[in-house]
Design a protein around this ligand. Sequence first.
Ligand code: SAH
Length: 241
Amino acid sequence: MWRATILTLFPDLFPGPLDASVLGRARAEGLWALDTVDIRDFSDNPYRSVDDTPAGGGAGMVMRADILAAALDSVPAEGRPVLCLTPRGAPFTQARARALAGGPGLIALCGRFEGIDQRLIEARGIEEVSIGDFVLAGGEVAAMALVEACVRLLPGVLGSPSSAGEESFEAGLLEYPQYTRPRLFEGLEIPAVLLSGDHKKIAGWRAEKAEETTRARRPDLLKRALENGPIRRGKIKDQDR
Ligand code: SAH
């Protein structure tokens, strides 16, 4: 069974949003498992502290490598990669989520304070990942985002198996815009093509919109999609080649 183990100073935050809706149902059905390790249980002092002042000086505190190593070594890896959440990490992507979902699960290390002693990362060969170019107060919300992105890709978790394949990033582009009833909302109509019943025309319109949106909002994604060969959806204009 796909399993996530979260090392954290705040185990009570879990499962939190991971228990809502389809993910919660899937966990109840045994499609995936979640457990937490309280890093403070591995402290070496009566205050249960896990941090110390930064070498070289400066503000804040740093999580200690020796205590984190003891916490990490208490977890049976069972072939799972260890990921550390940090703004210094490689950007987490849909492709990484898909790869992780295809494996046995993951072990995630949540930082707090100014972060963790770099020697732990080196000594345990930990993968550093970021969920975006901004700074959170701790790694817990980031770990939830990562686990949620993986679990919704597991077989049987989402209602319709096709709903994950067409989405943003899956074809290297952002998704086309979505609409539903009512047909008229504050003077705004649903685009007529979507009501035409012509599936070929609809697919073409969606491909065009996906490309147009990606070009306007994420030219970096469009560039990468083009470098990776022909885009699955829609035609690319000559200026983008
Ligand atoms: N001093 C650090 C930030 C520490 S924020 C720096 O400047 O890089 C405290 C913790 O929050 C981090 O250890 C990390 O676990 C988590 N965190 C903050 N922002 C994050 C992000 N964008 N992605 C993943 N984890 C993040």
